[in-house]
Design a protein around this ligand. Structure first.
Ligand code: 5RP
Length: 222
């Protein structure tokens, strides 16, 4: 199977998982990226079975609206039962690196609110130790150099994502060659740097369920 077919398979599995729980008042949290896009397309088949969605990016909001799915501001929503999103890397503890698409901050906010975070990923995203994929960090623009220097002190190689502006008007620094053998500690240390908005480690709040697309089928890991 191609990588896209694996992404489609996990996206469909996620919809199959949540569909029996959808109620007319349900709000679904929706992530960002190509796997999340497949999820949106399948979710649209159930658009009459739930109220609407909260989007983790402008691109996701646009795609949801194109399918006729109402998009709510998170502040207008009381409860999100499920948040479904892809990842750039996952380990067996369902700790993730996210933010390859630069939407990490809104993704982390929606994941924090959701009762159940379902990660959908093809098997290429499963790693032993996180960090082969560069770790994205969203940074207030004026703090770029300061944050870069602090990242070097933590042992990482910061690379400015040239020309990229997040939905929140900030910049992204991608950290290469960082030792992420202790993900929670790294997540917290990066959060403590002044000027950092969010980092792409989802370790303090990992996924609750991983639907992993493999050539033998979709594996559920909780
Ligand atoms: C966007 C993300 C995505 O979930 C991550 O980049 C995976 O993307 P894709 O599903 O296209 O492989 O974190 O900020």
């Amino acid at each position: 199977m191609t990588q896209d077919e694996l992404k489609q398979a996990v996206a469909k599995a996620a919809v199959d998982h949540i569909a029996p729980h959808l109620e007319p008042s349900s709000i679904v949290g929706v992530g960002t990226g190509s796997t999340a896009n497949f999820f949106i397309d399948y979710l649209a088949e159930y658009r009459n079975d739930f109220d609407g969605a909260v989007a983790s990016s402008e691109a996701t909001a646009e795609r949801l609206k194109k399918h006729g799915i109402p998009v709510y501001d998170l502040n207008a929503v009381n409860e999100i039962e499920f948040y479904v999103d892809g990842a750039d890397e996952t380990n067996e503890s369902l700790e993730l690196i996210k933010g390859g698409g630069g939407a990490l901050t809104r993704e982390k906010i929606v994941a924090a609110v959701a009762k159940t975070f379902i990660c959908i990923a093809d098997e290429s995203k499963m790693v032993g130790i996180l960090g082969e994929f560069p770790l994205p960090v969203e940074v207030i623009p004026m703090a770029r150099s300061h944050v870069g220097r602090e990242i070097v002190k933590l042992g990482g190689d910061p690379v400015y994502r040239d020309g990229f502006v997040t939905d929140n008007g900030n910049i992204i620094i991608d950290i290469h060659n960082m030792d992420i053998s202790r993900p929670i500690q790294v997540e917290e240390r990066l959060n403590n740097i002044v000027g950092v908005v969010t980092n792409g480690l989802f370790a303090r709040r990992p996924a609750d369920l991983l639907l992993l697309g493999t050539s033998e089928g979709v594996k559920s890991i909780a």
